[in-house]
Design a protein around this ligand. Sequence first.
Ligand SMILES: O=C(O)CCC(=O)C(=O)O
Ligand SMILES: [Fe+2]
Length: 282
Amino acid sequence: MNITLAPGPIGAAVHGLDLPAIAHDDFTKLRDLVHARGVVAVRGQKLGEAEQVTFARRFGDLQKIFIKDALSTRYPELFFVSNVDENGKPLGSKDAGEFWHTDGAYLPSPHSVSMLYAVEVPHGPDGTALGDTRFAGMAAAYDALPPATRELIDGLRGVHSLYHRYTIKPAKPGSMATQSADFPPVSHPLAIRHPVTGRRCLYLSEGYTTQVEGLPQDEGQQLLAMLNQHVLKPEFGYRHAWAEGDLVLWDNRATLHHATFDYTPSQRRVMRRATVGGGPLG
Ligand SMILES: O=C(O)CCC(=O)C(=O)O
Ligand SMILES: [Fe+2]
């Protein structure tokens, strides 16, 4: 197992693993690496649906995403993200990652780790991969705040709503997410204590966080706008350029992510995600 760390605080690439056959020690090392680096790309995998599910289960119970039409028919714990239509209907969610977010923030117990597998990756005419995924490191972002800001937010909670993104920008016609079940808003600390590393991580996003509990509306919006801008500073970030066969694992409690829509409908992108459940955030 060969590990290359990205230059910033998050991100790592791993070569030399065959995940379905991974040895116990390597699995432990990989899981620790996900917690230490927030995002880990395991390159060169060949994962069928069953193999992806079996591997992902080693991290914990898998969650079924509410967008039923985007789930695998054989393995509903797999969620497709794709721009492809098959038999006249979308293969998966076409707008996942349109906004900065962390998976499951709209739940009382948000998802812990997500694992996205690249089945088909679009390429530009010169061969460069398109459709990168960008990540923001929320522990480094917290640490870089002035002490007075950290003190202020340490006692505050953010409100998160699945529907917030549709107030920022209406869903595209035919978007699958509009068939959502009913998710009432929830609140989480603005700075969570990471359940594994113990590090403080900012926990908010452009896509889901609507307001700050207990602050006047304008003050809350100002604080959210400042923090949303702060977390995107390039020094906290990692950008993943995909290759087919990559399995990228990210820790939703320590990172945000955002997809790049720089490819056309004729440039196929097919990704499938397994998502591990998590507990309440403190
Ligand atoms: O398609 C991507 O790059 C990321 C989409 C996303 O937000 C997810 O799979 O959780
Ligand atoms: Fe996501």
